[in-house]
Design a protein around this ligand. Structure first.
Ligand SMILES: *Cc1c(COP(=O)(O)O)cnc(C)c1O
Ligand code: SF4
Length: 349
């Protein structure tokens, strides 16, 4: 075991008085009343919040709450966690319960295999935060809350298919698993000879950066697999100093860092937000990967950005940033063998 080289962090944070990530995961805001009172918002938002929470509960960790500007209903982080009245409006055509057909690709519990060479392993159903736009807001998580034994048998699916060289830990959020479960799973994956890459899709480094413990970073550093961490960050305001420090620690440990975000109306659907997000991510050693058009899930239609508006934003972004800071605009179309890239119109000469 080699030890991670720790250069002087660019942004240092005093974590000595901080709650552990498990405490932070347990101590979350789960009611509209608390969210509205803590953020000093007008109480008239409460009935809609309560109504929306019946469909998909509210869940906001304190570390995330602290980055929200009080008394601002337009705050881009607040919009991701507070149910608004639009969630409860009748659903436009095309917005469905399971937009990606995951229920049908989910024949082996815990496995979603849609693309060549890589599989999603649904490690558990829980998330640290509940994002109102989530395409899995109606996913049958309970059936995918696997015991360790079931996990290991989900791995038999991978063992039997030598063409799979990448395992993607997904969820819910895979990093809500404790280290014991997570490390046992990683070891089991490492033991499959044809798997060479481990990808972790997690919002925890953004939402509760204390999850990026030295033990976790060391384990990923020591892995025989090539490790990619895809964080899910939608707005530059989500990256405070502590998040930045967590990202840089992973970078220094040789973990490839990518970001995927969702293009969300009223949150990041403007040129400034997207430029700032890419720039901020890069200062933290993260490259933008995908910018997703919203999956048409029931209850999230008010976040939808029209494809043409997305294309125009991409054009503007392309004209403003170096190519490596421009994410790929994609949407997920059920039945296709990959994400579907959305082309950018040509700039006038
Ligand atoms: C998005 C996704 C992947 C990963 O796709 P990449 O293009 O490799 O990022 C794999 N499996 C499923 C089911 C997915 O939805
Ligand atoms: S963290 Fe990801 S899976 Fe969990 S609620 Fe948010 S968008 Fe959905």
């Amino acid at each position: 075991m080699t030890h991670i080289f720790h250069p002087a962090p660019i942004e240092t944070v005093d974590t000595s008085t901080q709650a552990s990530w498990q405490q932070q995961l347990a101590d979350v805001v789960t009611t509209g009343r608390e969210l509205i009172s803590k953020l000093n918002l007008d109480p008239h938002y409460l009935p809609a919040a309560n109504q929306g929470a019946l469909d998909f509960p509210i869940r906001v960790p304190k570390a995330y709450l602290n980055r929200i500007t009080p008394a601002d209903i337009h705050d881009p982080l607040l919009r991701q966690v507070l149910p608004l009245k639009e969630e409860n409006e009748p659903t436009p055509t095309g917005f469905v319960l399971d937009p990606l057909g995951e229920a049908s690709s989910n024949k082996t519990p815990g496995i979603v295999h849609k693309y060549h060479g890589r599989v999603l392993l649904i490690t558990n159903g829980s998330c640290a935060i509940h994002c109102r736009y989530c395409f899995r807001r109606h996913f049958p998580y309970d059936e995918n809350n696997l015991s360790l034994k079931q996990w290991l048998s989900a791995l038999d699916y991978i063992k039997a298919r030598p063409e799979i060289n990448e395992v993607i830990l997904s969820g819910g959020d895979p990093l809500t698993n404790n280290d014991k479960r997570l490390f046992a799973l990683i070891s089991a994956i490492e033991a499959i000879p044809h798997v060479t890459r481990l990808r972790i899709h997690s919002r925890l480094p953004i939402v509760i950066p204390a999850r990026v413990t030295n033990e976790l970073v060391q384990r990923l550093h020591d892995s025989s697999l090539n490790v990619v961490m895809v964080v899910h960050c939608n707005h530059a305001n989500e990256i405070d100093e502590e998040v930045a420090a967590a990202l840089q620690t992973m970078h220094h440990a040789g973990i490839h860092l990518l970001n995927q975000s969702v293009l969300l109306k009223g949150i990041n659907d403007n040129l400034n937000s997207l430029v700032n997000l890419s720039e901020r991510l890069f200062t933290c050693r993260v490259l933008p990967y995908y910018l997703h058009l919203l999956d048409p899930v029931m209850g999230a239609h008010h976040f939808d950005v029209k494809e043409a508006d997305g294309q125009n934003l991409m054009l503007a972004l392309q004209n403003k940033l170096p190519g490596f800071l421009v994410p790929k605009l994609v949407r997920e179309v059920d039945g296709r063998p990959s994400k579907t890239p959305i082309s950018t119109p040509l700039s006038p000469i």
